[in-house]
Design a protein around this ligand. Structure first.
Ligand code: PMP
Length: 352
């Protein structure tokens, strides 16, 4: 038997959201916060054109995509580091700080990959319970010590959908010592409509220890291609660039991401439709008697406690896949109106 790392004994592999099929054949996947829309024709064309180059290695520095992101957000190109999905960039960020004895602080429950990535990086997770459905930023600040090197702040938070407002976030950042890197994970930024929720890009400029994590997987609809990035000051971005596995961002992902930025108006119009559906779904659930925290992301959160798995099973029998967190609650992505109606019907039939 090969001798594996000890940490693997206690680790479980990431469990992705799965599709389910109802007995009548209906299937609505609301378990992975994906875009419900088909890829844009212009993006598919760019991928088809890019396919002519796949016998060559991709540009290892993703130079054109980096420049396109820089132009889009008005940031210097050397503030950007790309990776194969933002989950991989999060892993790279941990690689920049991880060594034995190091601690990483984040809220719990939050994005499921954080504990997995921390274990892989050989750092200790310090998980700070949410206060209700929100980040407990006071407790997080108190959890930081000399061993802490990184803090994840997921804003809006996956899976609760709640978002931290400017005053609270700035006060927190002011309390974080300079040796600690704060990663503002903004995977769902494009869905935020509360104007008081700050864009992390307005926060990192005068804070050398703050960076922003973004993805093409959600609003830009490229989950299957794996491309994400971070924006931070030059020393942070260049440290992250050193940790990339060579050629991690493939050529088709690079060209599709560039084409998506070029078609951003169309994509953001789709986001607007999802946001409208989010309002409809949440208000319908509340009218049905559910308690639904306000959400700034493309999903809603139902705290179901011990009934979580029963709820997921009830949804599955209607062909609706949700993401259950056993004993806690279910996260349900906002899909197209038909999928949302199927979910609302399942929720209505479930005893409150
Ligand atoms: N951060 C958060 C908060 C997420 O919810 C996700 C996806 N579920 C990611 C990062 C990773 O997304 P990707 O790797 O597809 O960019």
């Amino acid at each position: 038997m090969p001798r594996f790392r000890q940490i693997l004994d206690t680790m479980t592999a990431y469990k992705p959201g799965k599709a389910v099929v109802a007995p009548d054949g209906r299937s609505y996947k609301l378990s992975s916060n994906e875009s419900p829309y088909d890829p844009l024709p212009s993006v598919v064309e760019a991928i088809a054109e890019g396919a002519r180059q796949i016998h060559r290695y991709p540009d290892p520095g993703s130079v054109k995509l980096t420049e396109a992101i820089a132009a889009r957000f008005g940031v210097p190109a050397d503030h950007i580091a790309l990776g194969a999905g933002s989950v991989t960039v999060a892993q790279q960020l941990l690689e920049t700080v991880g060594e034995p004895g190091v601690e990483v602080v984040y809220a719990w429950r939050s994005f499921e990959a954080y504990p997995l990535l921390a274990d892989l990086a050989g750092v200790k997770s310090v998980m700070v319970p949410l206060a209700g459905e929100d980040h407990d930023l006071d407790a997080m600040a108190e959890a930081i010590n000399d061993r802490t090197r990184l803090v994840f702040v997921c804003n809006p938070n996956n899976p609760t959908g709640t978002a931290i407002r400017r005053g609270a976030l700035e006060a927190f950042l002011d309390r974080v010592p300079e040796h600690v890197l704060v990663v503002l994970d903004e995977a769902y930024r494009e869905y935020v409509r509360d104007e008081d929720v700050p864009d992390g890009l307005t926060l990192y400029r005068d804070r050398p220890n703050v960076c922003v994590l973004r993805t093409f997987s959600k609003a830009y609809g490229l989950a299957g291609l794996r491309v994400g990035y971070m924006i931070g000051q030059e020393p942070v971005a260049s440290a992250v660039r050193k940790t990339i596995v060579p050629f991690a961002v493939n050529h088709l992902a690079q060209v599709a991401a560039i084409a998506s930025l070029q078609a951003e108006d169309e994509l953001l119009e789709r986001v607007e439709r999802v946001v409208k559906e989010r309002t409809r779904v949440r208000e319908s659930l509340i009218a049905q008697g559910w308690t639904v925290p306000p959400t700034e992301a493309n999903f809603v959160w139902l705290r179901l406690g011990e009934r979580t798995l029963d709820f997921a099973a009830a949804c599955a029998s209607e062909g609706v896949a949700v993401r259950p967190f056993a004993g806690e609650g279910a996260r349900v992505s906002i899909g197209d109106p038909e999928a949302n109606d199927a979910f609302l019907a399942a929720a209505k039939a479930f005893p409150r």
